[in-house]
Ligand binder design. Structure first.
Ligand SMILES: Nc1ncnc2c1ncn2[C@@H]1O[C@H](COP(=O)(O)OP(=O)(O)OP(=O)(O)O)[C@@H](O)[C@H]1O
Ligand SMILES: [Mg+2]
Length: 271
């Protein structure tokens, strides 16, 4: 018997065709497993450049797993296996030949808990710059550090204590420092896995503001459990349920005219 999820999936497999040059990530027939347990089923999706894509859905439905595929973070999990293709700039990043280090240069990631390095704010930012651009001159380094702190809405708050420990600033400030640090190496795609779930509303607000501002330069993919956050900032939304994308489309369509009972129930807090 065909389940409701499967019939709903079939409807949404007919995704709109987006011109290649506007696609940041193209996901085709992705299936994934941890050991024998399949956790992603036939995922097809195109993530568009210079927009914010939000992944929503109940806990354990595969949002983080798919997000981590975009910069090969799942490589560290021995039991993980993936089938299908994920293309960034026409290159399938899932193949053995694709180099995870250069993928991570293009695709940065920020996690739920800020992972500031136990060193000064300045050194947190300088390290990735000198590692990635070994011949860069001192003045340029300082210029990038200032620019990225400004881009991350943090410069004014830390400019007087830039040589103090990054661990001494608030959680919200550390999260913005991690964003600034990610921006120093000029990635194209920014991944955020519930970046505000450990933060207060004011810090959340600052991060949402900066995401909306920086999407002009980058492509943003964010996992969030906060439907209101997705409503505030997302341009596009994908709704996951038990490893499948049940619905995806513009935020307007997803929130105003959900096509499936599952999504309706999720949005009204019944799942
Ligand atoms: N390292 C792992 N080893 C084995 N199973 C895993 C691993 N990581 C995740 N899983 C399983 O894969 C499935 C999808 O997990 P995933 O973390 O992608 O879900 P999620 O939608 O991000 O959930 P949440 O909203 O709780 O973060 C779950 O059943 C989870 O238990
Ligand atoms: Mg998750």
């Amino acid at each position: 018997m065909i389940s409701k999820v499967q019939t709903e999936q079939a409807v949404f497999d007919r995704e709109p065709v987006i011109p290649e040059e506007k696609t940041a990530i193209s996901i085709r027939k992705v299936n994934a497993w941890y050991g024998n347990k399949q956790v992603l089923f036939d995922v097809n999706m195109q993530i568009k450049k210079h927009r914010i894509m939000a992944f929503i859905g109940p806990s354990g439905c595969g949002k983080t797993t798919l997000l981590r595929c975009f910069n090969r973070m799942n490589d560290t999990i021995r039991s993980f296996r993936l089938e299908g293709t994920i293309k960034i700039n026409d290159t399938d990043i899932t193949t053995k030949q694709a180099d995870p280090i250069s993928i991570r240069r293009k695709v940065g990631m920020v996690f739920q808990q800020p992972n500031s390095f136990p060193m000064s704010i300045h050194r947190n930012l300088k390290l990735p710059i000198t590692e990635n651009f070994p011949n860069i001159d001192k003045a340029k380094i300082e210029q990038i550090i200032k620019q990225k702190l400004q881009d991350a809405n943090l410069y004014d708050e830390v400019k007087d204590r830039i040589n103090r420990s990054a661990l001494k600033i608030s959680g919200g400030q550390q999260q913005r420092l991690c964003i600034a640090r990610m921006l120093t190496i000029e990635p194209e795609i920014l991944l955020f896995d519930e970046p505000c779930s450990a933060l207060d509303p004011l810090s959340t607000n600052k991060i949402e503001d900066l995401l909306v501002r920086i999407k002009e330069k980058y492509t943003v993919v964010i996992v969030t459990h906060n439907i209101e956050q997705a409503r505030r900032i997302a341009d596009d939304v994908a709704f996951f349920y038990e490893g499948r994308i049940v619905e995806s489309g513009t935020a307007e369509n997803i929130f105003l005219v959900p096509q499936t009972e599952l999504l309706e129930r999720y949005l009204s807090g019944k799942i």
